[in-house]
Design a protein around this ligand. Structure first.
Ligand code: ADP
Ligand code: ZN
Ligand code: ZN
Length: 768
């Protein structure tokens, strides 16, 4: 190994795009050989200390060595990112229109924030500017006091605890963080090293934790591997599976880059294909990365990976604390496991020799990160596979139009699995025209054919799934005199009545309010609840089918840890007859007892102002329908709709992707909309009266000069969100980077400063 470098190039963690370039630092003698690329370090920047990630070692700095400052400490003992991921980062930053450090942060275990992926670990504060409060705090005595208290006990307090200890308002602590004078660091990952007594004490605490974790992780595989349970029987591949494997396995064995689009109807045995491909990958001495849309929603899929590969699997699920996640990450890096299964951010699993990437349910929108860096895990998986020269398998019963068109254009190979295993029939789907039902005098939620089928299923002891993609009890509170609705005060959406709380809820900001006794607009007492949510479906199912045991699964019933799994298991064990749910129940489910599926209102998402509305509707109905008849008994599906002739609904009724694509492609091509162009959306937002509309218009004017196609500006479909006014612009063109460059240049001209903000979203999955 080469001599440890005396200098390193570091990406510093500051939020400003202008400083998005690496800085050089010296490695002090005591840290020589202890900092490597991919490792986090604490470095000085101006008068502050900031976190940074080492990009590479340097023999000599690019600037005057006299001016180069030393690294203060190493935050981790080992790198968290491999060279391959460090090399990928600049590309991804460019693709997302984000900064390098944002991408590096997203790559680290724990991701951008832990908000979407699991419980937050306790975060403790560190002073970032030395022991005495900086001079600038002279005019902010409360902040200076809090700073002094923090400097005396670094790494001891959370934000709230510090506020209490210093007897200041939480906003004062928030200000310290915002000004970069305090650093919030996960406890245990506390900066270790030689910076004062208190820091040493914290380092010792952290060191102990690490030693324990290391002991646990090195002991576990050795202890468990010899006693691993017998592998379950592996089924003989069907002819369709065999044909798909005949294409995939040689690419895996030879380490050849190829994109496979495994298009298999629900229950066709896609997972079995993944398992065999992974076996081949491990046999070739390489590791495999498997992405699933959401671990909690795919317990069976994950269980099958565990069954087949035992302790060779690291599951990165949302129940992990940040510490557990880091431990899994290290096991992956050290090659202690060879298969990583996880949601979106697992695409950055830091294996040394990845040999296969699998993206299950590749059409799912959860693969898109909805905050900066706004990456799409499928795109990242394909790019990693391309750079590494290894295959990637994208699987779905309803592939995205993007992947389908790419395969047609030779950027991918289509592998169809058109039949269910063991000759099980696809469910029979009936489209029910609800207008007819109404004309015939049926005002009920359940059409006659659906009600009849449910009664039959219940009589035979079979199970029923009722799907509605709208939660709550009644989504609209309407005044029958003035015709106006009750909206959220901070968002331009109607409030939904929830029976459990007896309150009106906003589904965007969670604002809650008492249901008004009289109309807030005209004081009429004639206010009524309209529309149907899952809570109402549950209640109506109980009324309509007396004696039936009804369960409900939606965001409101799965808020606590493990609740999803509990409901799922209860239903699977036959403890309920009817399950009412939102799209949570559409995914990856295999309940053999389900013979009837009712799509209560198929049009819910059909008329949203989004070019993907039809595609989403088609995918959702097809996926839900696929939940019927997975066992021995055939299934029946009832799709209730007011738009029975819409092509998305007709194609979904036949579970016919080709029919859908044939109708959808000309529409997208004519737009053009993706995948026939690149699309970047800009959302300009700010408080009322801050000139959001005016700034958005100015942005439109500047953007039009740069010869990209600009739609808008216009108020976003959700015009106000969490108290902020929102306008949006949509840019389309042939090259994403060109669009992003135009946006960057325009934002340099039309500056949007606090409290205004612009969010730039390439290839957005939501246009709302
Ligand atoms: P998909 O992922 O396409 O929905 P799965 O892989 O879950 O399908 O397979 C559906 C069911 O069929 C599972 O219970 C699986 O164990 C079983 N299965 C898969 N392949 C075979 C096969 N070749 N022979 C028998 N059963 C199979
Ligand atoms: Zn009114
Ligand atoms: Zn709201």
């Amino acid at each position: 190994m080469a001599e440890a470098p005396s200098y390193v190039s570091v990406a510093v963690d500051v939020a400003v795009a202008r400083t998005d370039r690496p800085f050089d630092y010296a490695v002090p003698t005591e840290l020589r050989g202890r900092v490597a690329p991919g490792q986090r370090v604490l470095v000085p920047l101006g008068g502050r200390r900031v976190e940074g990630i080492v990009l590479r070692g340097l023999d000599e700095p690019s600037v005057d060595p006299e001016k180069v400052r030393p690294i203060l400490r190493a935050i981790d003992e080992e790198p968290l990112l491999t060279q391959e991921l460090l090399d990928l980062a600049p590309w991804l930053a460019e693709q997302c229109g984000s900064t390098l450090v944002q991408v590096l942060r997203a790559m680290l275990p724990g991701g951008v924030k832990n908000r979407t992926e699991g419980p937050r670990e306790r975060e403790v504060l560190w002073p970032a500017a030395g022991d005495a409060p900086p001079a600038a705090l002279g005019r902010a005595p409360a902040q200076a006091r809090a700073y002094r208290v923090l400097a005396e006990n670094p790494g001891r307090w959370t934000r709230l605890e510090l506020a209490r200890a210093a007897a200041v308002a939480p906003a004062v602590v928030a200000a310290l963080l915002r000004r970069g004078l305090a650093l919030a660091v996960p406890e245990g990952a506390a900066p270790g090293g030689a910076a004062g007594g208190a820091a040493e004490a914290a380092a010792a605490r952290g060191g102990e934790g690490r030693a324990r974790a290391a002991a646990a992780s090195s002991a576990a595989p050795a202890a468990v591997r010899p006693g691993a349970p017998a592998r379950p029987a592996v089924p003989e591949p069907t002819p369709d599976q065999a044909a798909a494997l005949a294409a995939i396995l040689p690419a895996v064995a030879a380490g050849r880059h190829e994109i496979f689009l495994l298009h298999g109807v629900t229950g066709s045995g896609k997972t079995e294909v993944y398992l065999r491909a992974i076996e081949a990958c491990l046999a070739a001495g390489r590791e495999a990365v498997v992405l699933v849309p959401e671990i909690a929603l795919t317990p069976q899929t994950v269980a099958r990976f565990r069954e087949r590969f035992g302790d060779d699997v690291a599951v990165l699920h949302s129940g992990l604390t940040l510490g557990e996640r880091r431990r899994q990450w290290r096991r992956i890096m050290r090659g202690e496991v060879r298969v990583a299964v996880g949601a979106r951010s697992a695409v950055f699993a830091p294996f040394r020799r990845p040999g296969l990437f699998i993206v299950d349910e590749e059409h799912e929108t959860t693969y898109k990160q909805d905050e900066a860096p706004r990456y799409h895990a499928r795109q990242v998986a394909v790019e990693r596979a391309r750079r590494l020269g290894v295959p990637v398998v994208l699987g779905s019963a309803t592939p995205s139009l993007e992947s389908y068109v790419a395969a047609l254009n030779g950027r991918g190979r289509l592998l169809p699995l058109p039949r269910r295993v063991e000759g099980r029939p696809l469910p029979h789907v009936e489209v029910i025209d609800m207008r007819r039902e109404r004309e015939a005098g049926n005002r009920s939620l359940f059409s006659e054919p659906l009600a009849e089928a449910i009664r039959g299923a219940l009589a035979r002891g079979e199970q029923v799934l009722l799907f509605l993609n709208r939660r709550g009890f009644a989504p609209v509170v309407l005044c029958r005199d003035c015709g106006r609705t009750v909206e959220c005060p901070s968002c331009s959406v109607t409030l939904t009545y929830h029976r459990q709380t007896g309150l009106l809820h906003c589904h965007y900001c969670d604002h809650r309010a008492q249901p008004p006794a009289v109309c807030p607009h005209c004081a009429s007492p004639n206010v009524k609840y309209y529309g149907i949510g899952t809570q109402r479906v549950e209640e109506l199912a109980r009324e309509h089918f007396p004696g039936a045991r009804v369960l409900r699964m939606d965001v409101d019933t799965t808020g606590t840890r493990g609740a999803h799994e509990r409901i799922y298991r209860a239903f699977q064990a036959g403890e309920a007859d009817i399950l009412v749910g939102t799209q949570m129940v559409a995914k990856g489910w295999d309940v053999a007892g389900v013979t009837v599926v009712g799509v209560v209102h198929a049009d819910t998402g059909l008329h949203l102002p989004d070019f993907r509305a039809a595609e989403r509707t088609f995918q959702l109905i097809t996926q839900v329908a696929g939940r019927a008849g997975r066992g021995e008994r055939p299934g029946r599906v009832f799709v209730q709709t007011y738009a029975p002739d819409h092509y998305a609904i007709r194609a979904a009724a036949r579970q016919d992707c080709l029919a859908f694509w044939e109708a959808e492609v000309p529409i997208r091509r004519a737009g053009p909309w993706p995948p026939f162009c690149e699309l970047v959306r800009i959302v300009v937002s700010g408080p009322e009266g801050a000139g959001v509309d005016e700034r958005a218009r100015a942005l439109g004017v500047v953007l039009r000069r740069s010869a990209v196609r600009v739609l808008g500006p216009a108020p976003a479909p959700i015009e106000r969100l969490r108290g902020r006014v929102r306008w949006h612009l949509v840019l389309t063109g042939d090259e994403r980077l060109r669009l992003l460059r135009a946006v960057r240049e325009a934002l340099d001209v039309v500056r949007l400063e606090d409290p205004l903000a612009a969010h730039v979203d390439p290839d957005p999955v939501s246009m709302l």
